[in-house]
Write a protein that binds this ligand. Structure first.
Ligand SMILES: *[C@@H]1O[C@H](CO)[C@@H](O)[C@H](O)[C@H]1NC(C)=O
Ligand SMILES: *[C@@H]1O[C@H](CO)[C@@H](O)[C@H](O)[C@H]1NC(C)=O
Ligand SMILES: [Zn+2]
Length: 959
């Protein structure tokens, strides 16, 4: 039953994060208590039928696409394709199977290398198999092994509306003359090239692509992977642009954009090819920061891999498209990376620090793909972790070399490691290498495991072999597999070669690196390390088992090779990341000085595992955290917070014990420490939602814990503070304002009034809590004020923050207007689900209005949100609601679903959402008093008195 739970959880999280680079979904969705989510009934057995045979392979494509816009009144926004494919027969077969998902195939002919047409079967020359997107060409004669043939295929198709369904689609923007313009572009990753042209649409089939695009002659902003070879005027006021051939590459990396006025908005011509940022004309001059990111990261990767970008192919460009619509955050098409405009148009005056921070890792992630993903490509999507793991790893580790101010290595843990530890602790999580076949499975594998676990695994591995050997293994891997598909065995081979050359495992005796690699790559889950210290003798006994969040999960007996690092009070060696031991068995004994002192394992939380200690050691740690925390590395303080919440959830630690350790939070301001704390507390707090008085008391406790951080950080950025501090303020104030922190709300409101009445700009870095607070407190006039600003803003990030703000409106009428806005074009389709979620997150009571709105507009929601896009946004919307409802609300919602919505595609996931909400309520009811007692016990030290607590509790009930 729960076989596919985590798989499905992946899909749910992917609501805001699909193939290529996920939007930082852990930030967006951490407030959603997804424990159990829609089940998907797909079994993976025998689904290899989705895969193409390798009997005939493509060598070179020449693709001519005629694009039509509104001017073709009988069939607007459509295209015709004329395609020539040179293929090679690898087996003696009499059929050619490739992918196609176009509207209609008009004609197909096949020629041998002398130009002689091959005979096709008379009554069935070709046919399509829709489920598999197969196009089968049925020959009346047999192909000769090793011989080349030429296919001609004529076909036609229709552009998708908006980015969500990918393929060739059209988006919109308003130009500098305030005229709405339509542009056409493509998003093929992972399996949508077949919608633009019939092809071998699996990463394995690398070939050369030549593209010719024709469109009305007013469409002068035309871009693709490679340089323009020629522009040819055509009759009927049309023009054709021919692009130079690409290097040998996978079909999903082909792309183009055709527009009337997209242009170069920033460029550095000192490079060959020049590095260019391309966007709508209204953003001209606003991409200097994005350009700086692209320039410095290109330079860095050129020298790190020692394979310069300019040597990859003579024709490839180094273009970065800022697209107003984009289904993911960015996509690494070779030579022309596309990004959601949100991440390329950045300005200190208009952009949140978290978005600026994410943009830096995103650009770097996409550039790293030029080597890991484009030059070498995973053989099949089962191994997508190689592409995404390296890109994610370099997106942090390499970016730090060029942009140290962002302190990326410190943020790696909350972004990747802890996300992975949380996701990978379910019963049905999947290994890095994980068999996928159907399109839905392929989409699903672009998730936490392939990004976060893979990146964390690579970082852990680099620590074992040393960063220099790791770099050598990258070079070997890229050199020996360039322009080819690769698999995890190729990667292991390169790693072993580099290790051997450098003799870098000499310290670890008989340790088998291949075993380490194969277990971590092919087995699901990860271990928890039990640490028992004999404080008299200094003997430390270690044991391990697979960590499950569910305390009822059956043990598996799986042993994971664990790189061991640790620090003690007398020897605080937190910055030493090379393991002192590698634990390859179930237990290990090591020695330290025979003194009573704290010990902490997993330096800087670089290893992908959790740690639990005997109670004596825990109390030594807790005492140090409270009394003398500074010798303990911030990332290990953060690790302890993250581990303690997981230990409590898995019943390895009581809430009393856990909250005692967490007491030290009251003295901390670091975002690294507060981030896992906010996630952990939110998880608990969400389970008290149906008990308002108890939730209010818990909120008061949380506010008391945050008081110090709020005071230290203040309400406004200080000159020259680090981005990390700015982000800490952003997250902590958002949480505090939402919990009803009085001063936070008052300060935010004053800033809003000052903007509204006096035009005093709100510092961009704190807009989130200001907009949210203003809309909670404001009236119709304030709502309309923000709505007008939203409509006239030229900055995607500010617009998004305003949406989030309006989602926090408390007045049901205004909230309904906000929700109605999500059905309109003004809220771009890639923002619709997030905007819906903002309404739920805004205030506890909002769910009632949301349910009313859903009941009255379900059909419009299903259409506007694009229910049949791979991200399943409507599944997520309908199942998210449940978590906010109380028991009566759940009954009512279920009743409505069962009587009026039975049979809609989202029905089962919505019902699962309801079941899981009921479980959460039951859990909350059963544990509320224990949690509050634990909170009171731990707060006693931090806050003056329980009376104060209760006063605060009462206050916050009325916010
Ligand atoms: C510590 O080790 C000593 C010597 O083996 C033993 O006598 C003692 O009981 C151990 N202490 C604990 C708490 O296990
Ligand atoms: C680790 O510790 C937990 C409780 O603290 C215990 O239930 C579990 O059996 C231990 N596992 C191993 C492998 O020692
Ligand atoms: Zn990626």
């Amino acid at each position: 039953m729960s076989q596919t739970l985590l798989w499905a959880l992946g899909l749910a999280l992917l609501a805001v994060a699909k193939a290529d680079n996920p939007i930082s979904y852990y930030i967006e969705s951490q407030d959603f208590p997804f424990d159990e989510i829609p089940e998907d009934t797909i079994s993976r057995n025998d689904q290899r039928v989705y895969r193409l045979p390798t009997s005939v392979v493509p060598v070179e494509y020449d693709i001519h696409i005629n694009l039509f816009f509104a001017e073709r009144t009988e069939k607007p926004f459509s295209y015709e394709g004329f395609e020539t494919i040179i293929v090679e027969a690898k087996e003696e077969v009499n059929e050619i199977v490739l992918h196609a998902n176009v509207d209609r195939i008009q004609s197909i002919s096949v020629f041998d290398s002398t130009g002689r047409p091959l005979r096709l079967q008379r009554f069935n020359p070709f046919h399509t198999e829709k489920v598999y997107h197969f196009l089968k060409i049925n020959l009346a004669e047999t192909l000769a092994v090793g011989a080349k043939y030429t296919l001609h295929i004529n076909y036609e198709g229709t552009m998708n509306v908006g980015p969500m369904k990918r393929g060739i689609w059209r988006g919109w923007y308003v130009d500098s003359n305030n005229v709405e313009r339509i542009y056409a572009t493509t998003h093929f990753q992972p399996y949508n090239a077949r919608q633009a042209f019939p092809c071998w649409d699996e990463p394995y089939f690398k070939a050369i692509f030549k593209l010719r695009l024709s469109s009305p002659s007013g469409y002068t902003g035309t871009f693709s992977n490679t340089a323009i070879e020629q522009t040819v005027p055509l009759p009927n006021n049309r023009v054709r642009v021919d692009f130079a051939p690409t290097p040998k590459m996978s079909s999903y990396l082909v792309t183009f954009l055709v527009s009337e006025s997209f242009q170069v908005i920033a460029q550095d011509t000192s490079f060959d090819p020049p590095i260019r940022i391309i966007g709508r004309s209204n953003t001209n001059g606003l991409a200097d920061h994005a350009l700086d990111l692209a320039v410095k990261m290109t330079k860095h990767f050129d020298s790190y891999f020692e394979i310069p970008y300019s040597s990859l192919s003579p024709n490839l460009l180094n273009d970065h498209i800022s697209s107003p619509d984009w289904a993911s955050a960015g996509t690494e098409n070779w030579g022309m990376v596309s990004y959601r405009e949100l991440y390329l148009i950045l300005s200190e005056e208009e952009t949140l620090m978290s978005v600026e921070h994410y943009a830096a890792t995103l650009v770097s992630h996409e550039l790293a793909h030029k080597w890991f993903g484009n030059l070498i490509t995973c053989h099949w999507w089962s191994n997508t972790w190689i592409n995404e793991g390296y890109a994610s790893y370099f997106g942090y580790i390499a970016t730090h070399e060029m942009f140290p101010k962002y302190e990326f290595p410190d943020h790696f843990n909350t972004r990747y490691l802890q996300t992975s530890l949380s996701f990978d602790s379910g019963i049905s999580t999947v290994p890095l290498n994980h068999d996928v076949n159907t399109p839905a499975q392929v989409t699903g594998h672009f998730g936490t495991i392939s990004y976060s676990k893979a990146a964390a695994f690579l970082r852990m591995t680099a620590n074992i072999m040393s960063p220099e050997t790791f770099r050598k293994s990258c070079k070997l891997f890229l050199q020996s597999n360039a322009y080819s598909p690769t698999d995890p065995d190729d990667l292991l081979k390169s790693m072993l070669e580099a290790i051997e050359e450098d003799n870098s495992l000499a310290d670890y005796g008989s340790f088998s690196f291949a075993d380490y690699y194969n277990i971590w790559v092919n087995e699901p889950g990860y271990p928890i390390l039990n640490v028992t210290v004999n404080h008299t003798t200094g003997v430390i006994s270690l044991s391990q088992e697979r960590f499950f969040l569910s305390s009822s999960a059956a043990p598996t007996g799986q042993i994971y090779p664990i790189p061991i690092t640790f620090s003690t009070k007398t020897n605080p060696s937190f910055s030493i990341l090379k393991p002192s031991h590698i634990m390859t068995g179930a237990t290990l004994t090591i020695n330290k000085a025979a003194v009573e002192e704290w010990v902490i394992f997993n330096n800087m939380q670089h290893g992908h595992y959790r740690v639990n200690y005997d109670s004596k050691t825990w109390s030594l740690i807790a005492e140090a955290l409270l009394e003398e925390p500074s010798p303990i590395h911030i990332l290990n303080r953060a690790q302890i917070v993250d581990d303690v919440f997981a230990l409590m959830r898995s019943n390895r630690m009581t809430h009393n014990e856990g909250f005692k350790i967490l007491k030290f939070l009251a003295k901390e301001t670091s975002i690294h420490i507060w981030s896992p704390a906010i996630s952990g507390f939110t998880w608990l707090r969400n389970r008290l939602r149906h008990l308002p008085a108890k939730q209010a008391e818990f909120d008061a406790f949380l506010l008391s814990q945050m008081e110090h951080a709020i005071n230290e950080l203040g309400y406004e950025p200080k000159p020259n503070e680090t981005p990390t501090i700015t982000m800490a303020r952003q997250d902590i104030l958002q949480f505090a304002c939402t919990l009803g922190h009085e001063k936070c709300n008052q300060d935010s409101w004053e800033r809003f009034v000052n903007l509204r009445d006096n035009g005093v700009p709100i510092n961009a870095r704190i807009r989130r809590n200001v907009y949210m607070t203003a809309m909670r407190k404001g009236n119709q006039r304030d709502f309309e004020y923000l709505l007008n600003r939203f409509r006239s803003s030229n900055y995607a990030n500010d617009q998004l923050e305003m949406l989030r703000g309006m989602g926090a409106s408390t007045d049901p009428e205004l909230l309904t207007r906000y929700l109605a806005l999500t059905l309109q074009k003004a809220v771009r389709t890639h923002d619709k689900l997030n905007s819906f979620n903002y309404a739920l997150l805004g205030n506890n009571e909002n769910v009632k209005t949301v349910v009313m709105f859903v009941k009255h507009n379900i059909d419009q929601i299903r259409t506007a949100y694009v229910e049949d896009s791979p991200a399943n946004p409507v599944h997520s919307a309908l199942s998210n609601i449940a978590a906010y409802l109380d028991e009566d609300g759940l009954d009512d919602y279920e009743q409505w679903l069962r009587t009026t919505q039975y049979g809609i595609p989202q029905f089962n996931s919505a019902i699962s959402g309801i079941n899981s909400a009921r479980n959460n309520i039951a859990w909350g009811t059963a544990n509320a008093d224990v949690i509050l007692a634990a909170a009171r016990g731990s707060a006693a030290a931090a806050v003056a008195s329980i009376t104060l607590l209760i006063c605060m509790a009462l206050l916050s009930t009325f916010v």
